[in-house]
Design a protein around this ligand. Structure first.
Ligand code: FES
Ligand code: FES
Length: 171
């Protein structure tokens, strides 16, 4: 038995210890917004936040997350009240089939937090001379999230606008 806190709700789950966090979310909690693409750490479709840091949920076991705070796309916004990042993806056509989109949005939120905290510093340093958080840096920092529809330019535009608005409003 483990207690998993997901989107501010604590769940008691009786899991095989080999269950990945991704399978616990999808198969045991019916939180199917988090997608399974490759199931071995190559596509980023399964990205969730754990204690505000983005991770591939297919690569970690659920039992390792007792006491952690997990955020999935279901905890980010609702159709009636979209998170600004979700609204920006809509406005900028940041998707085609949409399969990668929950992972892209969660990853973008984690990425902006990492950027604000200056982590990892080598990414910014390798792009020295570029404008702050250039499109190139956004692409580099989002490179763990694959889009088979190749919607990358619009994904970058969506993240940039959401980030610029959040800076403008002090968010
Ligand atoms: Fe986890 Fe592809 S499903 S990285
Ligand atoms: Fe289809 Fe990204 S929108 S995989």
């Amino acid at each position: 038995m483990i207690t998993l806190t997901v989107n501010d709700t604590a769940y008691e789950l009786d899991l095989d210890p080999r269950t990945s966090l991704l399978d616990a979310l999808r198969d045991h909690l019916a939180l199917t917004g988090t997608k399974k693409g490759c199931d071995h750490g190559q596509c980023g479709a399964c990205t969730v936040l754990v204690n505000s840091r983005r991770i591939n949920s297919c690569l970690t076991l659920a039992v390792m997350h007792e006491g952690d705070a997990v955020t999935t796309i279901e905890g980010v916004g609702t159709p009636e009240a979209l998170h600004p990042m979700q609204a920006s993806f809509l406005d900028h056509d940041g998707f085609q089939c949409g399969y990668c989109t929950p992972g892209q949005i969660i990853s973008a939120l984690g990425m902006l937090d990492e950027f604000r905290s200056g982590w990892p510093s080598h990414v910014s340093e390798s792009l020295e001379g570029e404008p702050e958080l250039s499109n190139e840096e956004i692409s580099e920092r989002m490179s763990g999230n694959i889009c088979r529809c190749s919607a990358y330019p619009n994904i970058v535009d969506a993240i940039r606008r959401a980030r610029d608005e959040s800076v403008a409003t002090g968010g």
